[in-house]
Every structure is written in C-alpha cells, then in structure tokens.
Design a binder for this molecule. Structure first.
Ligand code: NAP
Length: 252
C-alpha cells in the first residue's frame, strides 16, 4: 500500500488506534495530520515518532461544530488538500442502566453521541466540501463490534457506533458520484487506553477468550484495515464494514 503524495487527517490520532494508523500512513509515504482534544504531550510525541516530514498535530474538540470546521480548514491550509479522512476519535464510558443515576445516564448519552457520532459527522461534512472540488477522496470510519454485539454497560457507545455505520453507508451512496468512497472498520476490543481498565479488570480474561486467538486486537491490526480501505483498488468496497475482531463475534 503506497500513500506517497497523499494527505491524511486522523481524528484522535494522538494515542491508541489513531496513533498506530498515523504511523502506518506515514511509513507508507503519506503526510499526516493528527487531531487530539487535550493531551498535547501524547500528540507531540506521536508527531516525533512519525517517519517523514511535514506532519502536524491539531487540537480540536470534534464535537464542537466550529472547531471541527477549523480543524479541516487548518489541514487544507497546511497540506493544500485532504485525500483521506479517518474518523477515529471516540470515547467509551460505563453507564449501566441498573447502576447509574439519571444524570450520569444523560451525560453518557450526550457525550457518546456528540463525540462518536456527531463529531465524526461534523468532520466528514467539512472534509467532503474540500474533497468534492478536489475530485475525490477517501473516508474510513472507526466503528465497533459493539454496534452489532450489544454494549450492556455502555449502551450509548453501541448506539453511537450503530449510528456511525448507518451514516457511513448512507454517505457511501451519496458521495460515490464525486469519487469519494467510504469504508468502515469494526474492531472488537483493542489494547489501548480506552479499553485498559476493562482489559486489566476481572473481565479481562473472559474478553480475551472471546476470540479463538485468546487475545484482543493490537492497534496496528486495526490500522492495517484502515489503510486497506483507503488504498487504491478498494473503491467498489464503498459502504463495506470490515470486522476486525479475531472471530470473537461472527455475523452473516
Ligand atoms: P484512545 O486510546 O482512548 O484514544 C482516543 C483518542 O481520541 C485520543 O487521541 C483523544 O485525544 C481523542 N479524542 C477523544 N475525544 C475527542 C474529541 N472530542 N475531539 C477530538 N479528539 C478526541 O482510544 P482508542 O481505543 O484508540 O479508540 C479509537 C477509536 O476506536 C474510537 O472511536 C473507539 O470507539 C474505537 N474502538 C476502540 C476499541 C478498543 O477496544 N480500544 C474497540 C472498538 C472500537 P487526547 O489524546 O487529547 O485525549
């Protein structure tokens, strides 16, 4: 997979899956913009680790419509174009319906939908406005197995990812005529900060054994799927959802 002369924006690119994706794109020759919300230290460390030159980090809360627009404008000002958008930023907080307050429940729903779904839709809208006059582009959305399998303790998270799948597939139909193609990856659990507490807790072994490989995914394995769906020759896969879950959840 060769991404020479391509520019990529990865939301939530400072850590975890986003960071692994930034590294993989940079190794394949792309110029990369990573976005983050608050962890400037992790963002600058990621930029330092990327091979090649000209990569940038942009702080923005993608759930804020103006900030998302500013993010895309800054990337285009810097790079001249945006070839690939990876909507990766996301949050995952517990709010079991039988063990949280109404206030906690509302807050969790507000946060999951506004970041995981509306945030991705904000950045997508702004990027598509740039991709249409450019003559095309790629969008890959980082969804989750939870959209299909259920998230009993994080129902808002599952709903946000199911919404992301529906949004992605609708947009795949809407933007193909502009030579813009939309892919989705749906990982099961991945070794990142987001899942650390759960994976290190009492449920960790059970979760690892959901897969016959006896482990969860590594961030690099998800990154590979993102690059694949961004690569030349996968245009006709637009709208496809790529499961990356080690056969821990099979759907037909
Ligand atoms: P992570 O390690 O917690 O990293 C989250 C990233 O998102 C960070 O770069 C963070 O920035 C950024 N971020 C959070 N809220 C943001 C906002 N409002 N605006 C901009 N950036 C924001 O997460 P991860 O595990 O790599 O997850 C990445 C994606 O994969 C998420 O969409 C997640 O739902 C999905 N996923 C993860 C798993 C898993 O088990 N880890 C499984 C399936 C799907 P800061 O560094 O500034 O905080």
């Amino acid at each position: 997979m060769d991404f020479q002369n391509k520019t990529v924006l990865i939301t939530g690119g400072s850590r975890g899956i986003g960071k692994a994706t930034a590294l993989a794109f940079a190794e394949a020759g792309a110029r990369v913009a990573i976005n983050f919300i608050s962890n400037s230290h992790a963002a600058s460390q990621t930029i330092d680790e990327l091979p090649g030159t000209g990569h940038i980090a942009v702080k923005a809360d993608i759930s804020n419509a103006a900030a998302a627009q500013h993010l895309v404008n800054e990337v285009v000002d810097e790079f001249g174009q945006i070839n690939i958008l990876v909507n990766n930023a996301g949050v995952h907080t517990e709010h079991p319906i039988d063990n949280c307050t109404y206030q906690q429940w509302q807050q969790a729903w507000q946060e999951a939908i506004s970041i995981n779904l509306i945030g991705a839709s904000n950045v997508t809208f702004c990027a598509v406005q740039k991709m249409i006059p450019q003559g095309g582009g790629r969008i890959v959305n980082v969804s989750s197995r939870g959209a299909f399998r259920g998230e009993p303790n994080q129902p808002a998270y599952g709903a946000s990812k199911a919404g992301m799948n529906a949004m992605s597939q609708s947009l795949a139909q809407a933007v193909a005529k502009y030579n813009i193609f939309v892919g989705i990856v749906a990982p099961g659990f991945v070794e990142t900060d987001l899942a650390r507490e759960i994976l290190e807790g009492p449920m960790g072994d059970d979760i690892r054994h959901q897969s016959p490989l006896g482990r969860v995914a590594r961030p690099e394995e998800v990154a590979r799927g993102v690059l694949f769906l961004s690569s030349a020759g996968t245009e006709f896969m637009t709208g496809a959802i790529l499961d990356i879950n080690g056969a821990s959840y099979l759907r037909t």
